[in-house]
Ligand binder design. Sequence first.
Ligand code: FES
Ligand code: FES
Length: 210
Amino acid sequence: MEEGEYEISRRSVLVSSAVTATLAAAGVSEAQPLPKALAPADHKVSFVVNGKGQAFSLDPRITLLDALREHLHLTGTKKGCDHGQCGACTVIVNGERINSCLSLALQHEGDEVTTIEGLGTPEKLHPMQAAFVKHDGYQCGYCTPGQICSAVAVLDEIKRGVPSHVQAELTRAPTPTNAELRERMSGNICRCGAYSNIAEAMADVAEARV
Ligand code: FES
Ligand code: FES
């Protein structure tokens, strides 16, 4: 994204925040749509989702999560807390996992986004999806797309030597121990408590890669 475009996006967000605060002070609920004259103008943004180029014209306040779910109807990515606390919305952007609820869609010009739908298909599961099935790494399944996207990115992080808080020696390459996997997955909450099975699934995939 050009610097100028980013500035426009940021300004639009600030203006819309000020408008929202003003309306709140006037007793107008945030849930009500803004009057058309006050709504910020849409902005164009293009990025790749699961290998396919997508062009959008979006309200600058739209998060990546909402762009994926509401505009592309990729509802595999889940909205849990919508505040960066649960990890249900995790997707992979340019090889790094992020919470898509904390990221504005307009920030992703030219990026490569992978969602759970882009990892595998029901006929040809990604190895991590197959391992989750094998190890019962889910119960209700609500957190599972985020867990799987995170798990795939975690094994790549370990392979790239990205350090973690539980790594004994920072000068040595990390290995996918149970403690490493649990620490790196600590941002993905599972209300059903499938943590042990998730760690087993990840260890299986990590072992198969060696
Ligand atoms: S929905 Fe994004 S972290 Fe919970
Ligand atoms: S499987 Fe139900 S919240 Fe994780």
